[in-house]
Design a protein around this ligand. Structure first.
Ligand code: ATP
Length: 361
């Protein structure tokens, strides 16, 4: 298994810059998710790692070997990169065994080694007893496992997964998420997992690379992304963060500072380097609550309440800044409705670092 280094990689399609100086390093054995909205460049990044395209700038290394550079390009078949797509593309007329064996056959791997490796790969994905079945008689999840076995049998140095669960229904997705996680634990394969589903990325990945418009916005653990987004785009994209303007004092060495949001004084988390002045603060729904008696809060008009089983999702616009809408969960019973004014207490918040080139990476 291998480390992957993507170093200032850019890719243009005509005048369109699909990847803009993207740098990231995937550690040996790491499970990295690449997350971002449709069209942000996820598949383009994966195609550069697989070697399907020539990059326009930068360098890609697998282990210590340069596989893509402005002057060299190792073809896909010599990169030892396995790929699993969302469409499994299995051969319908071949058995599961033959589908998995196909790549080895083409590569000239002879029996008995071929049979041994196919059986091992099928065992890894729990499909030993399905070897003689045709793909048409398998469930969607089982077909995806065949696709995974077919990729693993070639002993890739890293595995790229392009939205592998996108075609499965919700229940199967959850089951396959567990399978991927267990599979990764067993094999310690370096995996890069492309998705636009943040719950999936959070559940599976050691770290998540968030992309937007061809740029890497932040590379961090799921918890750090949620608790300490690097900028407003990540704050809003991950976990429906709310971003509000604030006045803050300089942070202490523990990363805490006093702040004021529309007149409400509160304590906030911040980088220890945070300076005093105007700032933007990311609030999470779980940081907000209806203020208790005597507790200070932001006065807000309720816009909508939606019952969600045991609690309501409440959306409200600030009385002092009606264009700012916040949302929170309030337990039932809750007897207010649209138009009513409530006080919303803020129990925590993260001061977004000032946007600079270096802080956005
Ligand atoms: P999705 O989640 O919808 O698959 P994505 O994040 O994978 O999106 P990409 O497929 O990488 O996005 O595309 C990034 C941008 O590059 C898009 O605007 C797309 O239209 C453009 N693009 C991708 N491939 C080509 C191509 N071969 N020629 C021209 N433009 C392309």
């Amino acid at each position: 298994m291998a480390r992957l280094t993507i170093d200032r990689v850019s890719k243009n399609f005509g005048n369109y810059r699909a990847l803009d100086a993207v740098s990231l390093e995937v550690r040996d054995g790491e499970f990295l998710a690449v997350l971002g909205p449709s069209g942000c460049g996820k598949t383009t990044l994966l195609r550069q790692v697989a070697g399907f395209d020539q990059i326009d700038d930068g360098e890609i290394r697998i282990g210590d070997t340069v596989v893509s550079g402005t002057r060299q390009h190792v073809p896909p078949e010599h990169r030892r990169v396995g790929i699993v797509f969302q469409s499994y593309a299995l051969w319908p007329h071949m058995s599961v065994f033959d589908n998995v064996a196909y790549g080895l056959k083409v590569a000239g791997v002879k029996d008995p080694e071929r049979t041994r490796r196919v059986r091992e790969a099928l065992a890894l994905v729990g499909l030993e007893t399905f070897a003689e079945r045709r793909p048409g008689l398998l469930s969607g999840g089982q077909r995806q496992r065949v696709a995974l076995a077919r990729c693993l049998v070639t002993e890739p140095s890293l595995v790229l997964l392009d939205e592998p669960l996108a075609n499965l229904d919700v229940h199967l997705r959850a089951a396959m998420e567990d399978e991927f996680a267990r599979f990764h634990e067993r094999t310690a394969t370096t995996m890069i997992y492309i998705t636009h589903d943040q719950a999936e990325a959070m559940a599976l990945a050691d770290r998540i690379a968030v992309m937007d418009r061809g740029r890497l916005l932040q590379l961090a653990t799921p918890s750090d992304l949620f608790r300490q987004p690097a900028n407003e785009t990540v704050a809003r994209f991950i976990g429906e963060g709310m971003v509000l303007p604030a006045e803050v004092a300089a942070a202490d060495s523990e990363g805490r500072c006093r702040g004021r949001i529309h007149g409400l004084e509160l304590s906030l988390r911040a980088s220890p380097l945070q300076k005093a002045g105007h700032a933007k603060v990311c609030l999470r729904a779980r940081d907000l609550a209806i203020a208790g008696p005597g507790e200070p809060g932001l006065a807000a008009h309720i816009v909508r309440t939606v019952y969600q089983g045991g609690f309501f999702r409440l959306e409200a616009s600030l009385v002092r800044a009606p264009d700012i809408t916040v949302h929170l969960e309030v337990p039932e019973p809750f007897h207010h409705g649209p138009g009513d004014v409530v006080d919303i207490a803020v129990h925590d918040g993260w001061v977004l670092p000032a946007e600079t080139e270096s802080s956005s990476q």
